[in-house]
Write a protein that binds this ligand. Structure first.
Ligand code: FA5
Length: 347
């Protein structure tokens, strides 16, 4: 081999050994073996040699090219293997790290309670229906035996909507749906009506200006107060526990006669008296009573043939009682820390 080729081989081999990256490897290839590389140029220089030297020189250049190509391939294998090892190492996943729980949404406690209560009544044969939140005063008051100038109209701190023709209100209770339901169907009637209500209230720990109620209505021949008592006792025991005692006391609502308030014994002190039940041992859950004959007449039912009962309860207060929530305002402040607690307890 000529001195020139020996120098080229030494230089190329030394440089190849010092290479550690893929970029350097590519540069090396261009410099020695590429189309404009030094070995290729040496090949092209054959024609300038004296004729008798050409065969030996040609063989020597070929041998050099093959040797360098082999050395290059071996080096490339090493470098690629090393960079793969490094990448695998850098991108390794530590499977022993604790996972991150995805933030899943959950039902609002009021929605969940509405579902629980309507399910209990559904099992007793009640259909769930819904009605308008913007309501005609006729349905909210007049047809419920509360005429224009009746003082009881003030009890429901009503929010009025401007209207020239008719008195329109945001419904202060779900009772208007008693009328709308009876207008549409003949007895027997068995419905529960969950829905949002609005009142012009001073806000405090137990009063919101918007809240939810569930209305219940059963009308048929021979419906009695005993049916009301049995149905409400079953509802209370399904939601608050089979051991609950129940109490009915006289109350007044213009659309029922007689009217009652329905209470259960306090589940926090088992009736002995505590802060939640204001030391009485009883917790009032709802208002109820036998549908007033005037209400039945309003919808064209004959009160001599049909009787019925109705009840209305506030859902937020029931959730508060069940889970010991001390302030109704928590429900609508959108604090996820409050709302997410019900993920587990209500699941
Ligand atoms: C009524 O609204 C009657 N319509 C209930 C009724 C229906 C009686 C059928 C007889 C027959 P009352 O105003 O008491 O009654 O309201 C019923 C429940 O709604 C209350 O017990 C309470 O739980 C809830 N409630 C009333 N006002 C508010 C308020 N501002 N914030 C939260 N809950 C309320």
């Amino acid at each position: 081999m000529s001195d020139e080729l020996e120098r080229l081989e030494r230089e190329a081999t030394d440089k190849l050994e010092s290479i550690s990256t893929e970029d350097e490897l590519a540069t090396w290839y261009r410099t020695y073996l590429g189309r404009q590389g030094e070995v290729t140029s040496a090949m092209k220089g054959i024609s300038q040699r004296p004729a008798e030297e050409r065969p030996a020189f040609g063989q020597a250049v070929n041998a050099l090219r093959n040797a360098l190509q082999e050395a290059f391939d071996a080096r490339q294998d090493n470098i690629l293997a090393a960079s793969l090892r490094k990448r695998l190492n850098d991108e390794a996943i530590d499977v022993t790290l604790p996972g991150r729980l995805p933030q899943a949404g959950n039902l609002h406690p009021v929605t969940k309670m509405i579902r629980d209560i309507t399910r209990v009544f559904g099992l007793m044969g009640f259909q769930t229906v819904e009605g308008p939140e913007v309501e005609d005063a006729y349905y909210a008051f007049d047809a419920l035996n509360i005429p224009q100038d009746h003082p009881a109209r003030d009890v429901w701190d009503t929010i009025f909507i401007e209207s020239d023709q008719r008195e329109i209100v945001l419904r202060p209770h779900t009772s208007p749906m008693q009328i709308r339901t009876m207008e549409q169907v003949d007895p027997p009637v068995r419905v529960v009506v969950p829905g949002r209500c609005y009142r012009y209230e001073a806000l405090d720990a137990t009063h919101e200006w918007h809240f939810h109620q569930i209305e219940g209505l059963a009308v048929d021949t021979n419906i009695t107060m005993t049916d009301l008592k049995g149905t409400l006792a079953e509802f209370a025991r399904q939601i608050f526990g089979q051991e609950r005692k129940v109490r009915f006391r006289c109350d007044y609502f213009p659309f029922v006669e007689p009217g009652v308030d329905f209470a259960i014994d306090c589940m926090f002190c088992e009736g002995s008296g505590c802060r939640v039940c204001s030391k009485t041992g009883w917790i009032e859950l709802l208002g109820a009573g036998m549908v007033h004959p005037n209400v039945l007449r309003h919808v064209g039912y004959d009160p001599d043939e049909y009787t019925g009962w109705a009840f209305g309860m506030g859902i937020e207060r029931i959730v508060m009682l069940k889970y010991g929530i001390e302030d109704i305002r928590h429900f609508y402040q959108g604090d996820v820390r409050f709302l997410s607690q019900f993920n587990r307890v209500l699941a």
